[in-house]
Design a protein around this ligand. Structure first.
Ligand code: GFB
Length: 405
């Protein structure tokens, strides 16, 4: 219709109208309306991806309970594995779509918020940082150290003053707690609550696990995962493995296992239950011996008649050992050569069965995504196949004697 009208107009008028329309559309995209109920901004300044994702779910629930808009922070990444400075910020929507989250609650990426809304709703001179108690002289020191300083600097944020919220308020997503926050800090006088860390529990609380369904991989990540599967795993079923065996992990297992009972370690509630109803953490769960890994993989492969095993690992994916062991069964062992952790997680989520590490929150991310999709998970040293009795005799498979189950 519009095109038909334009055809009848002199060319210069049509061009002018087109230009005007583009201009109006651009302006309206920038002219986002301000949420009168306020915003929550925070730095995901603790841990790496798995930790940040755990806390994100709690933060999302908390912000929804306050009925403020959640500003989706970038993911904080560190230069080298295990390395600290420099940290970099990767926009939230590089890895995840914003729209599914918006179905749950009002959200906006930090980049859009800072560019389009902060000048009006959180202008320079009125930027307050919030903390439980001051760290020094009426200051929350929210920019001290890495990744704190680089995070806020990335958005050119300096804090003009700080607010100590203290006892009586916490990050629980309950209506009672929300009422207390909103009475003490109404959006009219405190339009933006800015926190130095995620306003959410670690590890994720049981009631917030289902919020994972709103974390949907971006097209960019999803495409890479699908392309990899199409090329390397043309026919299923396939088994996905996550192995956590780098030096940092060896230290975690050595320093924390067996010291105390009824104490969770990172992602352990996913195996032990939130109230230790399934037992305590063990060294085998944390750092399974190679023989146990092989036994568990072999049993699972046979049970599900897997054609391919996909391995993601931070350090040693055991490719050669697994390939040799599974050769008699004509099972291929593959990994994602680019070693991009998010694509690896997306591939793991699509496998027909998954074995992860009980303690790792990186493992937990894939396990949660699979739970939402009603897919089966097991964990190193936690697998009902391990307690099944051995078969009576060894079987011959194409000239090789297969290892005993
Ligand atoms: O994700 P994350 O918090 O999980 O930290 P954990 C582990 C990081 O190691 C990931 C890399 O974010 C990745 O960058 N990584 C782990 C992997 N597994 C893989 C993998 O299979 N493929 C690739 N490409 N990268 C805890 C930390 O790690 O480890 C704690 O969260 C602490 O803060 C502890 O540092 C030692 O829960 O496994």
């Amino acid at each position: 219709m519009m095109t038909q009208v334009m055809v009848c107009l002199p060319r210069w008028i049509a061009v002018f109208i087109q230009f005007l329309l583009v201009f109006i559309l651009r302006c309206s995209a920038n002219d986002l309306t301000i949420d009168p109920k306020g915003y929550v901004v925070y730095c995901p300044c603790m841990g790496r991806f798995g930790n940040q994702a755990d806390q994100f779910l709690g933060a999302l629930a908390f912000v929804k309970s306050l009925d403020r808009t959640m500003v989706l922070p970038p993911w904080v990444e560190y230069g080298k594995p295990g390395g600290r400075p420099p940290s970099v910020q990767i926009p939230f929507d590089t890895y995840f779509q914003v729209e599914p989250l918006a179905e749950y609650h009002r959200v906006i990426t930090m980049e859009v918020f800072m560019k389009n809304l902060a000048p009006k709703v959180w202008p320079i001179g009125k930027r307050k940082g919030f903390c439980y108690t001051y760290r020094q002289d009426s200051s929350c020191m929210m920019k001290e150290g890495n990744p704190f300083g680089p995070f806020w600097d990335n958005f050119k944020v300096d804090f003009d003053s700080y607010v100590e919220y203290g006892a009586g308020l916490n990050y629980e997503a309950s209506s009672q707690n929300a009422r207390k926050w909103n009475e003490r800090f109404p959006a009219s006088s405190h339009p933006v609550l800015a926190f130095g860390g995620a306003p959410g529990s670690f590890p994720v609380q049981e009631q917030n696990v289902p919020l994972h369904k709103f974390l949907v991989w971006s097209k960019f990540i999803e495409k890479q995962a699908n392309d990899f599967i199409a090329k390397n795993i043309p026919e299923g079923p396939f088994l996905g493995l996550h192995m956590r065996n780098g030096v940092d992990w060896v230290n975690v297992c050595d320093n924390h296992i067996g010291k105390e009972t009824n104490r969770h370690l990172f992602g352990s509630p996913q195996c032990l239950g939130y109230h230790f109803e399934h037992g305590q953490v063990t060294q085998e769960m944390c750092f399974p011996p190679r023989d146990l890994v092989k036994k568990q993989v072999r049993r699972r492969v046979k049970k599900m008649k897997a054609k391919v095993v996909f391995v993601a690992a931070d350090a040693d994916p055991m490719i050669a050992e697994l390939t040799k062991m599974l050769e008699p069964y004509k099972v291929k062992v593959v990994q994602f050569d680019d070693h991009e952790p998010h694509v690896e997680l997306a591939i793991l989520a699509k496998s027909d069965h998954y074995i992860g590490n009980c303690i790792s929150t990186f493992s937990a991310f894939a396990a949660r995504e699979r739970l939402m999709a009603h897919k089966t998970n097991s964990f190193w040293a936690v697998d009902n196949l391990l307690s099944e009795s051995k078969p009576k005799k060894k079987r011959k498979i194409v000239g090789h004697v297969a290892d005993e189950l």
